[in-house]
Design a protein around this ligand. Structure first.
Ligand SMILES: Cc1ncc(COP(=O)(O)O)c(C=O)c1O
Length: 379
């Protein structure tokens, strides 16, 4: 039994008829850019997130960049994000000219630790050279686990910061009864093919309840214009194309069912992995996690051996992410050491992502857990 980390093929096969017919329809109407498909998906996705506006863009990285530009972030500003994420979160900050500032994670959830956020703001505001420079914070709902938004929002309010949620991995997740995407000033989604809601190419979206932010983001993403040649500002070209929008609209209708499957799989893994020395994912109280990834934790010296053992049984695994952002070569200019972010650094050496996708079967989860138990008893 060969088990991939994600399986896009079986998902496509399950909705092939709908997808093939919508692709043919978009092509027959040449509705490639703009047009009815983008509008229809934006409306449906805004409703799904419980917000007023959705602005489709080219990808999730652009969504973050455009959201920050919309909020007026620019050179001289600082934006805080979390040390454990995909590099895109930090890249988007740098792209605006602002400086990226990292804070460590809560080791239980691998998400931003609100205490560390406050500590970071206190420190930066205590020094004249960084006082009041931080203008925004980007919490990331990593692996589909909602970040602890209430304390983050309270700190943001206290320090007058805008909040941009990085929801690239968290379509449909909920935090204390609120949909992820509806909590911050703006939220950004990626529809990269492997995401919980994935396009058949690159795509992304910004969602917000603020009319003005929505208008500005839409303008900036489309060369700074609303009409054909009335460019009010210089912007960028980052639009959600018609084919991707139509595909996403079809897939959105299945997302609730796919999400429930992911959640069931996660709970089955938790059960079947009992008795091993792996640490299984923790959900904080009152959240609905959507398990973009199912990430376990194992002692550093055993991780590679477990990965190899599983590989020898045809089970693929991944590491998200093997190097905490501040420790990447790309950020050596910030002169951090691993001890600045002890939790993110330790997690990066111990985490392991097991296969997770809606079409996974209980028998496969059982098989994976048995192979892990076999490994635990051999070591
Ligand atoms: C947490 C996070 N933020 C941002 C992005 C960027 O999204 P994209 O790949 O669509 O640019 C991704 C996805 O790759 C991500 O996982």
């Amino acid at each position: 039994m060969s088990i991939p980390l994600v399986d896009l093929q079986s998902q496509y096969m399950s909705i092939k008829k709908e997808i093939d017919s919508i692709i043919a329809e978009v092509i027959s109407k040449s509705a490639f850019i703009g047009g009815p498909y983008g509008k229809s998906f934006e409306e449906a996705f805004a409703q799904f997130c419980g917000v007023k506006h959705c602005v489709g863009v080219g990808n999730g990285t652009d969504a973050l960049f455009i959201a920050l530009k919309t909020l007026g972030i620019s050179a001289g500003d600082e934006v805080i994000t979390v040390a454990n994420s995909f590099i895109a979160t930090a890249e988007a900050i740098t792209m605006t000219g602002a400086k990226v500032v990292f804070v460590d994670i809560d080791p239980r959830t691998y998400n931003m630790d609100p205490n560390k956020l406050e500590e970071c703001l206190r420190t930066r505001n205590s020094k004249p050279e960084t006082r009041n420079k931080v203008k925004a914070v980007i919490p990331v709902h990593l692996y589909g686990q909602p970040a602890d938004m209430d304390p983050i929002l309270a700190i943001a309010k206290k320090y007058n910061l805008k909040v941009v949620e990085d929801a690239a991995q968290a379509h449909g997740a909920e935090y204390k009864g609120r949909k992820i995407g509806s909590i911050g000033d703006m939220a950004c989604f990626s529809f990269y093919p492997g995401k919980n809601l994935g396009a058949y190419g690159d795509a992304g979206a910004i969602v917000t309840n603020d009319d003005n932010f929505a208008l500005k983001a839409r303008m900036f993403a489309n060369h700074g214009r609303i009409g054909k040649y009335d460019h009010e500002i210089e912007g960028v070209n980052s639009r959600l194309d018609g084919l991707q929008a139509a595909i996403l609209d079809v897939k959105l209708r299945h997302l609730l069912e796919w999400t429930e499957n992911r959640r069931k799989h996660a709970y089955l893994y938790n059960e079947y992995l009992k008795g091993t020395d792996l640490i299984t994912p923790a959900e904080i109280d009152n959240v609905k996690a959507v398990y973009h990834l199912y990430v376990v934790r194992i002692r550093k010296e055993l991780r590679q051996k477990l990965q190899e053992h599983l590989k020898s049984k045809d089970i693929s695994t991944g590491i998200h992410y093997p190097i905490a952002l501040p420790n990447l070569k790309a950020y050596t200019y910030l002169s951090h050491s691993e001890s600045d972010f002890p939790e993110a650094t330790r997690a990066s050496q111990e985490i392991l992502s097991l296969p997770m996708y809606p079409e996974l079967k209980e028998i496969q989860i059982q098989f994976i857990a048995e192979r892990i138990k076999e490994f635990s008893s051999k070591k």
